[in-house]
Design a protein around this ligand. Sequence first.
Ligand code: SAH
Length: 353
Amino acid sequence: MKKVLQDLSFAETENLILALGEKKFRAKQLTEGLLQGKPVSQISSLSKPLKERLLQEYEDEPVKIKETFFSSDGTEKYLFELADGHLIEGVLMKYKYGYTQCVSTQVGCRMGCKFCASTLNGLIRNLTAGEILSQILVVNALHKTDVKGEGSQARAVTNVVLMGSGEPLDNYDETLRFLKNITAADGFNMSARNISLSTCGIVPKMYKLADENVPLNLTVSLHATDDESRARTMPVAKAYKIADILKACDYYFQKTGRRYYFEYTLIAGENCDETHADALIALLKGKPCHVNLIRLNEVKERTLKALDDKAAYRFLGRLEKGGLSATLRRQIGVDIGGACGQLRASYLKENET
Ligand code: SAH
């Protein structure tokens, strides 16, 4: 595979352009074109010889939309193809205040969570920072007519969640590079406050992230209230204890001043009766956090079952009564395979020879 231009910061792009013997302002033109989601070959402000020179070493289009699926509720789901042919997926959710895109950080995943489709075939490879960013650039380009603003200033995608396939903190360096580049004033210039990073709780990396000065929304996938039960659905629980995850969250709050979030997927018969609600209250009460309850998206390769709606609202009510700030996430895009990794998994299956 060739290298990825979207991996570079603006300063690095300038150095590259100067090293090629070009004038400095070409870096601006190149970056402007890339931020507009254009393949290098289609950036009309650059000369043909410069583009040819760049394309000897760099991918023209590191991430391409292979297929788009439209949900009746407006949600769009994309199957992306990488330059080496691997597939990843992403979702665009449309809200009144803007569009939130869910992006992947790895091809597959090695965390092995029992409810998740992304991990069915293990980890294939990490994405580079530019491959993570390019998912956003191509989708933003697709929707640029939905918003005001010219050129790279047309920002349809206003919020990003790292909740697609992969564990972002298991691909720490590239994820951080992506975060630096997307928030850079001379890059996509998205506020870190509009970015959420979801982790299954890789404690040492949570501390590291807290020290990086990127005040994003840190979200931890909890899904259980004690380590033993957590390990039944999340193998990572054998390595990191809930108590240590909570300490790392508090450190994150101390360093960034940002409250943190927990995701709690309701799995029938596993983690959502009254005793679990009470245990969750005991764990989290008084902490600067918010709990997002998620309905399980049943994955056909897995046997776990979703909780019915009435019981889900009862669970939510008990948490709220117990003093927790919590919401039950509305289910979106179910008709297009909303759960992580489902689309890729079904695509790989259909195309098995
Ligand atoms: N690896 C990261 C981010 C990816 S998953 C993490 O573990 O947080 C994003 C969220 O979706 C996580 O909370 C994950 O546990 C949850 N999830 C995965 N598969 C799901 C499913 N089938 N139904 C509901 N939530 C699911």
